[in-house]
Design a protein around this ligand. Structure first.
Ligand SMILES: [Zn+2]
Length: 190
């Protein structure tokens, strides 16, 4: 692999470490020309099989673009979308499949999107679950209401809007911290 500093045509691996969840390997490489070190991350490539049968690489950007339409006019920022796409990718990688159906990806977006914004969720679900009638919307809204009622037993009504999202960010940061944190501080530029 090329050195990203001096473009020398070769580099050698000086250390390899598998991530805690086993889905990636970080390698520290050193350039024999300029002696500088850099890190590469190796993950299994994730492919998406579209309805047409065409296979393309999984892309977080496409997830973001797909969900952004459903979020138009909603209080959802770019950071929220990026985090959602990251969660979707983690969920898909955790299945262990290297090839995924486009429909599976749509379904894996529903959970995180529902936590983010329920109106956007309903818009998105109506497409991916092919809602055909008002009854389909009604059923989805009834399911959301039932969950709200269950949640309200534990939480104050006033906190409903912000709480689940903040909770989810904190959880996420917590699960990311051990691998990303140690690699960043101890790793490539140390
Ligand atoms: Zn170099």
């Amino acid at each position: 692999m090329h050195c990203p500093f001096c473009r020398h045509g070769d580099s050698r691996v000086v250390d390899s470490r598998t991530s805690d969840d086993g889905t990636s390997i970080r390698r520290r490489r050193q350039c024999p020309e300029c002696q500088r070190r850099f890190t590469t991350i190796e993950t299994a490539s994730l492919s998406v099989v579209k309805r047409s049968g065409i296979t393309e690489p999984f892309s977080r950007e496409k997830i973001v673009n797909g969900v952004r339409k459903a979020c138009q006019g909603r209080p959802v920022g770019e950071d929220d979308l990026a985090l959602l796409a990251q969660r979707v990718e983690e969920t898909l990688r955790a299945t262990g499949s290297a090839e995924l159906d486009a429909h599976e990806i749509g379904l894996s977006i529903l959970g995180p999107l529902r936590e983010l914004d329920e109106v956007a969720y309903l818009r998105f679900a109506s497409v991916y679950q092919a809602f055909e009638s008002l009854e389909d919307f009604e059923a989805a809204i009834t399911a959301l209401r039932a969950e709200h009622e269950a949640e309200q037993g534990a939480e104050h009504e006033a906190e409903q809007g912000a709480e689940p999202e903040r909770e989810h960010v904190a959880q996420h940061a917590g699960s990311e911290a051990p691998s990303a944190g140690s690699a960043a501080t101890g790793g490539p530029f140390a």
